[in-house]
Design a protein around this ligand. Structure first.
Ligand code: CUA
Length: 187
């Protein structure tokens, strides 16, 4: 049997425990809001961890974006790297050939002004900023063709700046890659 005093003590204990849990949940919410705020401000104010640069003035003379190095290449680990540049008013290569069901890394930059690169039917949509290399991972599940327009106004010939991505069967690509080091579907 409980007396009035016991009852009061029990209530006080319950209230104390409740208050502790309330404080703990406020602290947890506070920590989460703090983390989100920190990450948001940090990302907005700091440069990206890895920014790759290129010099638009010497792009065609040396480095990874010389014309002979553009196109698709099969890497030792089975993945594919595609190098392409945008310039007024075309992409080089104009037609990119890649295999289906393969991890692909797209490395692109601009030789003059800001261009855009969008591959229809995918989530690839980036800006090509002179001086910077845009690096994007892509994967195509099936062979097919995708148009690749420039989606950033870049001058008088902007609306005529289109490229194409041709996705071929994995084994067909391997055969092509065995014959040539850099592949495009233009030649
Ligand atoms: Cu290039 Cu629009």
């Amino acid at each position: 049997m409980t007396t009035g005093t016991d009852h009061g003590v029990g209530e006080a204990v319950a209230a104390r425990i409740e208050r502790r849990w309330a404080i703990l949940s406020i602290v947890i919410v506070g920590v989460l809001v703090g983390m989100a705020t920190f990450i948001g401000i940090h990302q907005a104010t700091m440069p990206q961890g890895r920014v790759e640069t290129s010099d638009p003035k010497t792009l065609h003379l040396s480095g990874e974006f010389v014309e002979s190095n553009l196109g698709s290449t099969l890497e030792a680990d089975g993945s594919v790297t595609v190098r392409a540049i945008g310039q007024q008013y075309s992409f080089t290569p104009q037609c990119i050939v890649v295999p289906a069901e393969t991890p692909i890394t797209l490395r692109t930059t601009s030789a003059d002004v800001v261009h855009g690169l969008l591959i229809e039917g995918t989530n690839i949509n980036t800006m090509l900023v002179p001086g910077y290399v845009a690096v994007l991972p892509i994967r195509f599940n099936a062979p097919g063709e995708h148009v690749m327009p420039c989606q950033e106004f870049c001058g008088i010939g902007h609306q005529g700046m289109w490229g194409k991505v041709k996705v071929v069967d994995k084994s067909a690509f391997a055969k092509l890659a065995a014959a040539r080091r850099r592949l495009t579907c233009v030649d």
